[in-house]
Write a protein that binds this ligand. Structure first.
Ligand SMILES: Nc1ncnc2c1ncn2[C@@H]1O[C@H](COP(=O)(O)OP(=O)(O)OP(=O)(O)O)[C@@H](O)[C@H]1O
Ligand SMILES: [Mg+2]
Length: 246
């Protein structure tokens, strides 16, 4: 197995002629948690959409862009989970269909397994949640269900886009703990997309910083926090951890 589960080289992307991502290159280490961090609009989600081959209308990737995935499969948890669910089908059935794409499992086996994961993620009554329709649940709840499904299927890479933004603090902590646990226990590589350096501090082994469609710097989390090379990263860190830096 190569050291990097994912390699992105010279990725550039435009949407209707507007340059959005500008020649970014980075590797995602196998079996590690990588945080892709940057302000809103820096191009994080579109970088991940490029990896998944799920580009919006009008998006064009430049011909010199190279994306190489060295793993078996990717499970993606989207920033906007409402759009990944069908409104007229119960969530349990939809999650089962998703899981079937990764694991050969019966509905009964799936219900048992996903309920265990949901209990760990502090769902009080998994069975009744699974029986609900998407419009009966909040965006944060749907995103947690997707994360639970990702944990259940145990792919080689999970991409979680802003997995904690919409959640209250104790549930945020639980999600982060579970992501950390599956990374440790199952050796699953994880990319967490976030604008929150608190999440980076909590989770990341490796960090990639983006700004305005450009890669600012990337590397080991301790190195980056102790000794950010770029002014932009320093400013972001100072803004996030004011007390610690004063
Ligand atoms: N479907 C689209 N059509 C046109 N422009 C888009 C589209 N999606 C994103 N953009 C633009 O591309 C830029 C990068 O968007 P992207 O969603 O990748 O940012 P992001 O870093 O994920 O931000 P956020 O933290 O807000 O999720 C933004 O300026 C955005 O307006
Ligand atoms: Mg985004």
């Amino acid at each position: 197995m190569p050291e990097n589960i994912l390699e992105i080289e010279h990725l550039s992307l435009s949407i209707f002629e507007r340059q959005i991502i500008n020649d970014i290159s980075f590797g995602v280490k196998d079996k590690k948690i990588t945080c892709l961090v940057g302000e809103s609009g820096s191009g994080k989600s579109l970088t991940m959409a490029s990896v998944l081959g799920l580009l919006p209308d009008g998006a064009v990737i430049s011909p010199e862009s190279r994306i190489k995935f060295n793993g078996k499969n990717i499970f993606s948890v989207y920033q906007d989970p409402i759009n990944s669910f069908n409104y007229s089908v119960r969530v349990g059935k939809q999650l089962y269909r998703m899981a079937k794409g990764y694991r050969n499992t019966s509905r009964k086996e799936f219900d048992k397994g996903i309920s265990e994961v949901l209990t760990r993620l502090r769902f009080t009554d998994p069975a009744s949640t699974l029986a609900k329709y998407p419009f009966e649940l909040s965006g944060g709840m749907l995103q947690r269900l997707m994360i639970a499904c990702g944990i259940y299927v145990a792919p080689s890479l999970i991409i979680a886009d802003e997995p904690t933004t919409a959640l209250d603090v104790s549930i945020q902590k639980e999600i982060m703990r579970e992501l950390r646990a599956i990374n440790h226990e199952l050796d699953i590589s994880i990319i967490v997309v976030t604008h929150d350096f608190g999440v980076v501090a909590e989770l990341a082994d490796e960090v990639v910083v983006m700004h305005n469609g450009v890669l600012v710097e990337s590397g080991d989390v301790f190195q980056l926090f102790d000794n950010p090379r770029e002014g932009y990263t320093k400013a972001l860190l100072e803004a996030s951890f004011k007390e610690a830096y004063l």
